[in-house]
Design a protein around this ligand. Structure first.
Ligand SMILES: [Zn+2]
Length: 367
């Protein structure tokens, strides 16, 4: 359906019947508004025809029809097979992709007082396979659904390209899970029973074994004598369930030729006091920043896509509420301090690596 083809089509002129009806459609002056308005009983008249499998719907206004002007003010062309539509505005002499609710006819969309011959209405209903009695509304619904289909196709393309990019990322290192538990999470605890014994021991959450302790105080901070990690003492019986603060950890991996990806994880540990030897972990990968050889970045985040309504990787910057719990304002999420898994850095050229220091990663611990 090209413009030339449409231009060569027969112009749908108003019939004698429409002219006669429009002349009877005498407007009344409405003074309720600041500027006076002419209110027609119907005001809008339509005709429809199918030519070369293309539906033509012509729009006439009573004010022109009553002056014996048979030319439509607007013609909407629909090619159902190729699922496209186009409008032509005879007053501005311009083609239009607008939906009917964005035209001067929008006020008739819900008033249902436009006029069209029953045969023409039936023609539109049949052509569009529509269930709406109001042919004008049926045209609008077709446009709306066509837009929806087009948008769906557009998003499908975009989502596929994102998925292809995400599928190319390297596998997570074998010891990544252990690293998250032992390096990524920096909060550790020693659990102990009250005792007056000299050779008292406590359970270190990092060592995952009993270690010697002396004079522990509930909630006091110290160091594990075995692994030297900073720990907090927790007296069993007094310790409630522990939820560590969400910590950030980064995994840096080479990805293709001299290109790398920085993956951001949020780590958290939950310890139920009754089974303190079996902590529950939550590891959530929420951002991926891809660097190309010129160190341009492409950012992805894991979130709910507004079109598919599913949680997935989305290209763009992660936004979070500015005032959590108060709704409304959103802001770009910053990069938190966090440990970086460095073993896989091997293979990134030094030159590239140093220059990277000027980017976001500088803010992460270890750079
Ligand atoms: Zn320890």
């Amino acid at each position: 359906m090209n413009k030339k083809e449409l231009r060569n089509m027969k112009l749908l002129e108003a019939t004698d019947e429409l002219i006669k009806l429009a002349k009877e459609d005498v407007p009344v002056r409405d003074k309720r508004y600041y500027t006076e308005q002419l209110i027609y009983q119907r005001g809008l008249y339509l005709r429809a025809e199918v030519e070369n499998n293309i539906l033509k719907a012509a729009f006439y206004l009573a004010e022109y029809l009553s002056m014996d002007c048979r030319k439509p003010v607007y013609t909407l062309y629909i090619d159902k097979k190729n699922d496209i539509f186009k409008g032509y505005d005879y007053r501005t002499k311009k083609w239009s992709e607008s939906m009917l609710d964005k035209t001067i006819f929008s006020k008739w969309l819900y008033q249902e007082n436009s006029y069209m011959k029953e045969a023409d209405t039936a023609l539109i209903q049949k052509y569009l396979e529509s269930e709406y009695d109001d042919a004008f509304y049926a045209l609008y619904v077709y446009q709306r659904e066509q837009r929806h289909r087009r948008l769906g196709m557009k998003y499908e393309k975009i989502l596929t390209s994102w998925d292809q990019c995400m599928d190319r990322l390297p596998k997570i290192p074998k010891d990544w899970l252990r690293w998250q538990k032992k390096v990524g999470i920096t909060q550790n605890f020693i659990f102990y029973h009250y005792s007056r014994r000299k050779d008292q021991t406590g359970y270190c959450s990092w060592c995952e074994s009993e270690v010697p302790i002396s004079h522990p105080h509930h909630n006091a901070v110290g160091h594990c004598p075995k692994c030297r990690h900073q720990i907090q003492y927790k007296a069993l019986g007094r310790a409630k369930n522990i939820e560590t603060q969400k910590e950030t950890a980064y995994l840096l991996q080479t990805c293709g030729n001299n290109v790398f990806v920085l993956r951001e994880f949020q780590l958290q540990m939950l310890i139920v006091s009754s089974s303190y030897k079996k902590p529950v972990y939550s590891f959530f990968e929420r951002r991926r920043i891809l660097y190309d050889e010129k160190l341009n970045t492409k950012e992805y985040y894991f979130g709910r896509h507004h079109w598919t309504k599913e949680s997935r990787w989305i290209q763009g910057k992660l936004q979070v509420p500015l005032y959590p719990g108060y709704g409304g304002y959103m802001t770009y999420e910053k990069y938190n301090m966090g440990n970086i898994y460095g073993k896989s850095l091997y293979g990134i050229k030094n030159r590239t690596f140093r220059r990277t220091g000027s980017t976001n990663m500088q803010k992460s611990k270890g750079f």
